[in-house]
Every structure is written in C-alpha cells, then in structure tokens.
Write a protein that binds this ligand. Structure first.
Ligand code: FAD
Length: 399
C-alpha cells in the first residue's frame, strides 16, 4: 500500500496486544491512527499465551472480544512442581484459558484496523525526529504525529531512542520456550515448576495442537539457563521433546520504566516493562496500558498540550507500577533461598496460597490486597533486608 506524507493524531509503533489496544481505543475516541509493525501478521511471538482472567477482561473491554472454544483451550487442572517433584495437583478456583499468539495478536490487530486504524505492517521505522513530530519508514514514507506510542516490545527501539537502552541488563528476564507436538483437550493438566530455575519458573501449558513448555528467569542470575531448559524439557516431554529447537526471548520481570516516555512519546506494554515479576504475565498489562496511553493521547490533544502526555500517562498507569513494586517485594518469598522451605511447604499444602495465586491471575484480588492480608511476620521477613532482586545483584542495581 502506498502512503504519502500523512498526519495522524496518533502513531503506534508495534502492533502486538499493547499497540493494537492503543490503536483500537484511540479509534473509539475518534483519533486518526497509524499502526506500524515490522512484521506482517499473523506473526509468531514467543509466549505461553495463558490469557488470564484479567487479560480476558481487558480483551473484552478494549476489543469487545470474548474467549471462545475455537481459539482457546479451557482448563482448571493444575500441578505445582519443585524441580520435577509434583507437590500438589488440584483444580484452580477459576478457569484458565490458553491460546496461540499467532492467532490472538492477528485477531486483535484486525479489530483495530477494522475500526479505522491505518495499517503499516511489514515496515520499520528508520528515523524518529521527536522535535518535529515526524517519523520515517523503511520505504521512505514520512508520517507526522501528535502523539507517538512505542508498543514495540521488550527490546523497544522507541525506548532505546529515548533512554539509550530498552532495559537494564542486570534486571531483564530471559525465557526459552518450545512447542512440543501433540494436541490437548479441554481440562488437560498445566504445571508450573517453581524450582527448575532460580529467580523464575518453568511452565508446561496445554494447547489445542501442542504443549508449550518453557522457563524464564532473571537473566543475570548465575545459571546455565539453556542447560536448565534442556533438562526441564527432557523431564516434561521425554522423547516428544527431542530435536525440538529451543527459542529464546527477553521478558521484563518486574523492572519497568519509571518514567514511561518523554513529552508526547509514550511507552506501553513490554516496551514500558509492564510484566508481573512473579507470574511473568504481560498480556493484560499490555492491553490495559495500550488503552490508557490512547486515552492520554486523546486527552492531551484535546487540550492542545501533547507535551503533557508522559506526565498524564504516568499518573494513569501508577496503579500498574504500584502492583509491580508489590509483586517484586513478595517474590522474595517465592525465589529467595532463605524462604524456599516455607514456600515449598505452602505450595504443597496451602489452599489459601493457591486461591491467592489464581485470584491474582483472574483479577479478583490485587497485590495491594494480598499485602494487607499477609501475616505481618512474613512481610517483615521479606522487607527488612531485601530489595526485590537477587542479593547477588545488589551491588549492580541502581534502585
Ligand atoms: C517465553 C515467554 C512466555 C510468556 N508467557 C506469557 C503468558 O503465558 N501470559 C502472559 O500474559 N504473558 C506472557 N509473556 C509476556 C507477554 O508475551 C508480553 O508481555 C506481551 O507480548 C507484551 O505485548 P506487547 O504488545 O507489549 O509486545 P509484543 O507482543 O512483543 O509486540 C511488540 C511488537 O512490536 C513490533 N516491533 C518491534 N520492533 C519494531 C520496529 N523497530 N518497528 C516496528 N515494529 C516493531 C514486533 O514485531 C511486535 O509485533 C511471555 C513472554 C515470553 C517471552
């Protein structure tokens, strides 16, 4: 499609869940929108694609889409594991839904385009002139924008443009994942292994055509992540996992951009680091933050003050930052060696902890509420000496 020099109220770089949500919400608010992605959809994105209850709410709210059996597998069956040992098998209190990003992201983007966002798939941004509010695409097209949203993932070129780097290498997470052949039916078992890796976890999710097996952790913790993945894959998949190529990708695990943009340039989703540091869940925050970034754009453009976008947006997503801070604090309980014994015992026996874990995923509770409920003794143990990051990184962290 040939596009001349054009002006848009909003340009969105990256058409994953965050970018599609930004574009869809902006169209609902009457903005003219360009959505740009280097890929042509449907495209692969490494992801467990467990869409949580919070994710389902965001998808309904922003796109008017519901989960359905054609696109999702439904199950409540869960096993908690500890380095291969099954600690407990049980039914989760809420249904869990699993899909493929190839399909999900394509559907979300299709909704945004159907709502009138102009489609620039298969093209990269080669230059960004923020003073002039102009970006140039690889085919030479120049687009003018009132507000720009960088929804371009964990390695965000927009964040690099703003801050020199997209993430702090000491705090970024890294994940390996494979699709193991062999489809699953509804009610198939999923498992989470909380000790197959340090400062992270392993997952084995049922899907209609495969099992998605992966693990993720804070990358700089000293461990052979690839070796651990090979060991985990062999124990979870046996022969079915042999010869399946490992793929890897960065995942922000609780380290977010404290200032999520600059002036009229906003960051959303992984580009802003909005992934839960305990559960690794990022789809819900991607859609929520994308929509909030679009609402911010509409507000500041209406006021004729696009430069106020970052300050306004920062306030709007403060609740996400607060939740991520609290999750980081609580993950000491899950990941520090000092509390490993208590955590293992709770995983095996505590109904209360299971309920809390799945209530969090479902959006039925928040980390703020969990902190209020948790015993003061445990919270004191967690907060007294700990930073929310592995102690081995303490000297290298800047807050
Ligand atoms: C292995 C793994 C497993 C995960 N499992 C889960 C899970 O089960 N549930 C869950 O909720 N979350 C999970 N996450 C997190 C989740 O994948 C992310 O939080 C989510 O993808 C964030 O969406 P996004 O739209 O911000 O970014 P992305 O989905 O990464 O989309 C970014 C888009 O930007 C585009 N882009 C990048 N650079 C450019 C450029 N220069 N120009 C144009 N376009 C560009 C990319 O092509 C891409 O389409 C997982 C992550 C990983 C790595």
């Amino acid at each position: 499609m040939a596009h001349g020099d054009k002006r848009y109220d909003l340009a969105v770089i990256g058409a994953g869940p965050a970018g599609a949500a930004a574009a869809r919400r902006a169209r609902a608010l009457g903005l003219s929108v360009a959505i740009i992605d280097k890929a042509v959809f449907p495209r692969h994105k490494l992801c467990g694609a467990l869409l949580s209850g919070r994710g389902r709410t965001a998808m309904r709210d922003v796109f008017g889409l519901e989960v359905d059996p054609e696109h999702f597998l439904y199950s409540r069956k869960v096993a908690f594991k500890w380095d291969g040992e099954t600690l407990a098998e049980f039914d989760a209190p809420h249904v869990l839904t699993y899909t493929y990003r190839l399909d999900l992201d394509h559907r979300l983007l299709t909704e945004a385009i159907a709502a009138g966002a102009e489609d620039y798939q298969g093209t990269r941004v080669t230059q960004l002139d923020d003073a002039a509010g102009v970006l140039e695409l690889s085919d030479g097209t120049r687009l003018r924008y009132g507000v720009l949203i960088g929804a371009d993932g964990a390695a965000s070129p927009v964040a690099r443009h703003l801050f020199g780097r997209a993430y702090d290498p000491a705090k970024i997470g890294f994940a390996y994942e494979v699709e193991v052949p062999g489809g699953c039916a509804d009610d198939a078992l999923m498992s989470i292994d909380f000790r197959v890796v340090n400062w992270g976890y392993g997952w084995n999710f049922p899907k209609r055509e495969t099992r998605t097996i992966g693990l993720g952790a804070i990358r700089s913790v000293d461990q052979d992540l690839k070796g651990r993945m090979q060991h985990y894959l062999a124990s979870e998949a046996g022969d079915a996992g042999e010869g399946v190529a490992l793929k890897g990708a960065h995942i922000p695990l609780g380290d977010y951009q404290k200032v999520p943009g600059r002036g009229n340039i906003l960051l959303a989703g992984d580009a802003a680091g909005l992934v839960d540091g305990i559960t690794g869940e990022g789809l819900a925050y991607a859609m929520e933050s994308g929509a909030l970034a679009a609402e911010t754009a509409a507000q500041v453009l209406q006021l004729g003050q696009p430069a106020r976008a970052t300050a306004t947006y920062r306030k709007r997503i403060r609740y996400i930052h607060d939740e991520l801070d609290k999750a980081n604090r609580l993950r000491q309980f899950a990941y520090s060696d000092r509390l490993a014994g208590v955590f293992k015992e709770k995983l095996a026996n505590s109904q209360n902890m299971r309920q809390t874990f799945f209530d969090l995923l479902d959006g039925k509770t928040t980390y703020s509420e969990v902190e209020r409920r948790i015993s003061k003794q445990l919270l004191a143990k967690i907060t007294r000496k700990m930073t929310g990051w592995p102690t081995s990184l303490a000297g290298r962290l800047k807050g």
